[in-house]
Every structure is written in C-alpha cells, then in structure tokens.
Ligand binder design. Structure first.
Ligand SMILES: Nc1ncnc2c1ncn2[C@@H]1O[C@H](COP(=O)(O)OP(=O)(O)OP(=O)(O)O)[C@@H](O)[C@H]1O
Length: 249
C-alpha cells in the first residue's frame, strides 16, 4: 500500500544559514496516528512546513500519497495535507464560522449543496455545528481550535497535521478534542510537548532532536525510556505514571 507520507533525507537550512534539518527519514502509513516529539528548536515546525510546501527542501523529498511535494503539485498537496496551526487565530479570518469552513472547499471550486454538506459535516464532526452562523472571534479559544480543525477537515485531507493541539485547552476541552481526533478516519501527525496526550492518541512517536530523527517507535516504549527522554529534554509531567506494562523494557 502507498504510504500516506514519505520523507526521505530531508535537509533544510534557513536563508540566514541556520541548518534546521539534517537528513530526516520516515514514513507514515495510511490511518496511522503519529506524535512528533522533540525539544524547542529541534526542527518540528520546520519539518511540518515542508509537508504542504510552505518550505521547499534544500535536499531530499517529501511525498504525500505518492505525489511529490513541489511547485507543480502545490494545489493538490494543500488539499491532501491539512495543517492545523497552534494559534486558531492564524486560521480564522472570515466574518462567520460558516464562511471560514467554506473558504478552502470553495477555493477548490465546490458550490451549492456539495459545499454546504462539506461545511456542515466538518462542523458536526468537531461538535461546532450550532456555532455555524457565529463570528469566530465571539467563540472561546477551545471552540476556535475546533473550528480551525473543521476548516481543515472540510478539505477532506489525506493527512491531518496538528501543531500543539492540546495547548491552552482546559482539561475537559483537551479530552473532548482527543475524542474528536480519535474518531477521525484520517492519518494524523501531531506535534506536541504534551507527552500524555501523545500516549493517549498516538500509537507511534517520532523524536526529532537537533534536526534528525533520534527515535521512532511505539509511543509507550519511547515514553518508558527515561534515558532517551532525558537526552532529548523530554519530560513527563511530575507524578505522571505510565500504565504498568509500559515500564518493562
Ligand atoms: N525563520 C528562521 N530563520 C532562521 N532560523 C530559523 C527560522 N525559524 C526557525 N529557525 C531555526 O531553526 C531551528 C529549528 O526551529 P523550529 O522552529 O523548526 O523548531 P521546533 O522544534 O518547532 O521548536 P519549538 O518546540 O520551540 O516550536 C532552530 O535552530 C531555529 O532557531
């Protein structure tokens, strides 16, 4: 089966010469949910920005469901890779929720009942259908994050990439968003510093550190490796206990 996402020998230096990625290699199968962990400055955002062509690789390739990311494929890639930014206000800019969620699919040429169906289904999936006619800036932060997820789901993406989805959410909103994400039938790559959230949602984790993949494996196994965590400045919350089976090597 074609991988959902394939990253091969990806290296990137910013124009000022800062080398952020040094040859990143991994593959994500369709339907997998993968956490991307790593300390500040590891290169996570830089990597994510390559997945839908915001940045162009210095070396290496990124392929989404068999299609290489590049200038010619940009429109199709942006349909296939849905990026949910950390700050929903970077994603919501229309007068109503309906218009924000319709924006992407309308750009793809959808109109009328098909467009309405996409918008309503996406909002329903995140539990925000009732807010369809409200201005996004009247919503709470957690509600805006859900709407931001809906703007991306309305594109029916192949891969959903989320940057810090649990940040600034209260415990109930954090849990509800986890339930929504768990219910989606889509490949997920989630950047997070929230290790319990990674464990809860993602069967697999990648550790990116110093611009390279330092570990790739079952999330439970990675989080049980205290030397690995310490080497890459990853910390479980104080008092957090891993489920028993995950202590064994
Ligand atoms: N626009 C830029 N110009 C130059 N260097 C940059 C730029 N953006 C990021 N960097 C550098 O690239 C490296 C990787 O940064 P990146 O933002 O990808 O890390 P990150 O893992 O997302 O960090 P965080 O967890 O803090 O968000 C860092 O050394 C950073 O200083």
């Amino acid at each position: 089966m074609t991988a959902s996402l394939e990253v091969r020998r990806l290296a990137y230096a910013y124009p000022d010469g800062t080398q952020a990625l040094f040859g990143v290699d991994f593959e994500i199968a369709r339907g997998e949910r993968v956490a991307l962990l790593g300390p500040n400055g590891a290169g996570k955002t830089t990597l994510v920005m390559h997945l839908n062509g915001i940045l162009t690789p210095g070396h290496g390739t990124v392929t989404v469901a068999g299609l290489p990311v590049g200038k010619e494929s940009l429109k199709e890639i942006r349909r296939r890779v849905g990026l949910v930014f950390q700050d929903p206000d970077d994603q919501l800019f229309m007068p109503t929720v309906r218009e924000d969620v319709a924006f992407g699919p309308a750009n793809l040429g959808l109109r009328g009942p098909e467009l309405r169906r996409r918008v309503e289904e996406a909002l329903d999936r995140v539990g925000m259908l009732e807010a369809i006619d409200r201005p996004p800036h009247h919503l709470s932060f957690g509600q805006r994050r859900r709407v931001a997820v809906a703007t991306v789901l309305a594109m029916e993406p192949e891969i959903l990439v989320l940057d810090e989805p649990s940040s600034n959410l209260d415990p109930a909103s954090r849990r509800e968003l986890a339930e929504i994400l768990r219910g989606l039938d889509v490949t997920v790559l989630m950047v997070t510093h929230d290790l319990p959230y990674a464990l809860e949602l993602c069967e697999r984790a990648l550790v990116l550190s110093g611009g390279v993949i330092a570990a790739d494996g079952p999330t439970a196994k990675i989080l049980a490796d205290s030397d690995l965590l310490a080497a890459h400045r990853l910390e479980l919350p104080y008092g957090f206990a891993l489920p028993r089976a995950e202590h064994s090597p």
